[in-house]
Write a protein that binds this ligand. Structure first.
Ligand code: RIB
Ligand code: CA
Length: 317
């Protein structure tokens, strides 16, 4: 059985990623590591603990990660993130705080330990900045050859960014860390805006969760409606909100949901295009390609899987 670690800046679509992972019984969510982005790292960790409680999965351990980018010494949530995800990260919906604490082991040590324990069976799914994975690779570089795969939400290859013309939000938080990860040779699948902006959630689906009449169903519906509403302002042409982070989990569980391009990638770290995810020109002729970039997605099949798995979980919690 595949073992999954989610690395989350637990905002709304990160919360949906937790639900997708818990609703996927063919794999096991062995832990959540916290990062910063949509919210402060500490808030994201609190959200992850409360959400796993709400879904009846108190066995999922949560680990604190690094609180800011590798090249900075602090982090502040951007106004746009608070607008899209709410100040609390979960659309201003209030759910009971968990009585559990984060584990005392650091996220970086947990990642390394999990690679040593599960090797090829481990899939690590970052849906925020790549700061924790970069730090784990610096501490234990050999894990790049031991891990099963990284399936990351971030970047944009064939479409513009969502922060500016070049840059996607997760990569923009720590381009240096992302560049180190991309160029490390670790086997990674990039689930970028190329595909995530094709997978949209609308009020029609959130109503199905509301109709379940369970605490988890109401939480999912209220939180996601907040996200859809924000998208009506930031990207009205889409007609729904992007299922960024759940698609990364979907692909980790079933890689056939996307078609991919094999390519060695880099992240621009200098100049005006800082944060751009692009092919590494120095490895263009290298026959070994360490990354796969998703360029196509089976939208109806993913949305079906998404709704079935999450509704299955929420009808009992
Ligand atoms: O660009 C989309 C990504 O940025 C998602 O992971 C979202 O949660 C935010 O972190
Ligand atoms: Ca995220």
């Amino acid at each position: 059985m595949k073992k999954l670690i989610l690395d989350l800046d637990t905002g709304i679509d990160d919360a949906l990623a937790i639900a997708y992972a818990l609703g996927s019984t063919e794999s096991e969510l062995i832990g959540i590591t916290g990062t910063y982005g949509n919210v402060l790292m500490e808030q994201g960790v609190r959200n992850a603990l409360a959400i796993t409680d709400l879904f009846g999965h108190q066995e999922v351990k949560v680990y604190k990660g690094l609180p800011h980018a590798s090249t900075k010494d602090s982090f502040e949530v951007l106004d746009i993130s608070a607008f899209i995800h709410g100040k609390n990260g979960i659309g201003e919906v209030s759910i009971p705080e968990s009585s559990r604490d984060a584990e005392s082991m650091s996220a970086v040590d947990f990642i390394i330990d999990a690679v040593k324990t599960y090797g090829e069976d481990l899939i690590y799914i970052p849906t925020g900045p790549l700061t924790n994975l970069d730090a784990a690779l610096k501490k234990a570089p050999e894990i790049k050859d031991e891990i099963g795969r990284v399936v990351l939400m971030g970047g944009a290859l064939t479409v513009p960014g969502n922060v500016n013309a070049w840059t996607e939000a997760n990569i923009s938080q720590d381009p240096d860390a992302a560049n180190n990860v991309f160029r490390s040779g670790i086997p990674a699948t990039m689930i970028g805006l190329d595909v995530t902006l094709q997978t949209l959630l609308t009020y029609k689906e959130t109503q199905q969760w509301r109709d379940l009449n369970t605490p988890a169903g109401s939480f999912l519906a209220d939180m996601s409606d907040y996200y859809i509403k924000a998208y009506e302002t930031t990207a009205p042409h889409l007609g729904g909100c992007g299922l960024h982070d759940p698609l990364a989990v979907g692909v980790a569980v079933d890689p056939t949901l996307v078609s991919t391009l094999a390519i060695n990638m880099q992240v621009d770290v200098e100049g005006p295009t800082r944060g751009r995810t692009i092919g590494d020109p120095t490895k263009l002729n290298d026959p070994d390609k360490s990354m796969q970039v998703a360029v196509g997605v089976d939208v109806p099949r993913f949305l079906d899987e998404f709704m079935n798995r999450i509704s299955g979980l929420a009808k009992n919690s």
